[in-house]
Write a protein that binds this ligand. Structure first.
Ligand SMILES: [Zn+2]
Length: 358
């Protein structure tokens, strides 16, 4: 693979913007990480400065000058217009109509593209062949909220409105609680981090079983999974029910899209085996009960994403690679675009442009 272009812009950056921290990686044209840096997003109000700092620090760690950077791809948790780079709504960051793409371009002088973080993570898994080389896959994030990024036949599927993968708002329990979206009993109100903490608190209030959780001043999903790992019966019941609800949602996704692989990540899933065990047990049960489900839901279909893999940032690198090829100042014929997100985003953009004109 060629690793140098004649204008010297040999490197790409991918950025994962989270509610508490931002991680930036710098990669060479061969897709090898050459630098990484993490910065806090804690200061309020949050501007793009921590993102600029993280990119500059990752460049420094890589020994790469900013003039060698071809493009930047950024993943943000929220609704994003990938055409304009405007973040329309990112609740965790208190961002509403923030032109992240152009703010970063002004600050750094480098082409910058922005995409929803969960969508970008799925693209990163595809681009890095991190899902066992699967071409049809999903990334499901289970944390403060629940959402999925879907890649079908090697194409990132954003949906008609960019809202594909909103599985957090599929109803899991019609008798459940009101969701922030207006519906009752969405998966997010049952299996997202705050919902797990709430259900554990309710179980403690309504039951009298001894539990280590009674001594925890502020319940969190992490506290519940820590207690479950230690064999706490109240925590185990909550995590068991969570696993069943998550497994049903994942099975629905697999049955709808006939995916090869689903990788699960996010803050709640970071609990690891204690989170995954009840999910996998319920998937086994569904598989055993139905030959049709067994056909679609292979035993290795659902896996935990290794916590150290920067899926969002690698998706950013893939997006940057595509963007760099678009950039006239960078559009040399020897620019490599790997099969995957780059070409697919371009093709999707053409479709969107055609539909807009029609
Ligand atoms: Zn909802």
């Amino acid at each position: 693979m060629r690793t140098k272009t004649s204008d010297g812009r040999t490197f790409l950056a991918g950025v994962d913007v989270g509610g508490t921290k931002v991680a930036a990686i710098v990669a060479d044209r061969g897709g090898r990480q050459v630098g990484r840096a993490v910065r806090s997003m804690a200061a309020r109000p949050i501007g793009v400065e921590p993102i600029v700092d993280a990119i500059r620090a990752a460049l420094k760690a890589a020994g790469v000058h900013i003039s060698q950077l071809g493009a930047i791809g950024v993943g943000v948790p929220g609704r994003v217009d990938p055409e304009s780079g405007v973040v329309q709504l990112a609740t965790n960051l208190d961002w509403d109509d923030v032109a992240v793409g152009s703010l970063l371009e002004t600050a750094l002088g480098v082409t910058c593209r922005v995409e929803n973080d969960v969508h970008l993570a799925a693209a990163g898994l595809l681009d890095q062949a991190a899902a066992g080389g699967a071409r049809s896959l999903a990334y499901v994030a289970i944390g403060t909220g629940i959402g999925a990024g879907i890649v079908i036949n090697g194409r990132l599927y954003r949906g008609a409105r960019g809202m594909a993968g909103e599985i957090g708002h599929v109803i899991a329990d019609p008798e459940g609680v009101l969701c922030r979206c207006g519906q009752t009993g969405c998966l997010e109100t049952f299996a997202a981090g705050p919902a797990i903490a709430r259900r554990a608190a309710e179980a403690l209030t309504h039951g009298s079983a001894p539990s280590a959780l009674r001594a925890v001043p502020t319940l969190s999903a992490k506290a519940v999974y820590d207690a479950a790992r230690a064999g706490d019966s109240v925590a185990l019941e909550v995590t068991q029910e969570t696993g069943v609800a998550v497994a049903r949602a994942l099975a629905g996704l697999l049955l709808t899209c006939d995916l090869e692989r689903v990788l699960v990540g996010g803050g709640v899933a970071a609990a690891g085996v204690v989170f995954m065990a009840p999910v996998l047990a319920e998937l086994d049960r569904l598989r055993d009960a139905s030959s049709l489900v067994a056909e679609v839901l292979s035993p290795d279909a659902v896996q935990l994403l290794p916590a150290k893999f920067d899926a969002v940032a690698w998706g950013g690198v893939a997006l940057a690679r595509r963007s760099a090829a678009d950039n006239a100042a960078f559009g040399h014929p020897d620019v490599e675009i790997r099969d995957g997100i780059g070409e697919e985003v371009a093709r999707l953009e053409e479709v969107v442009a055609r539909e807009t004109l029609a």
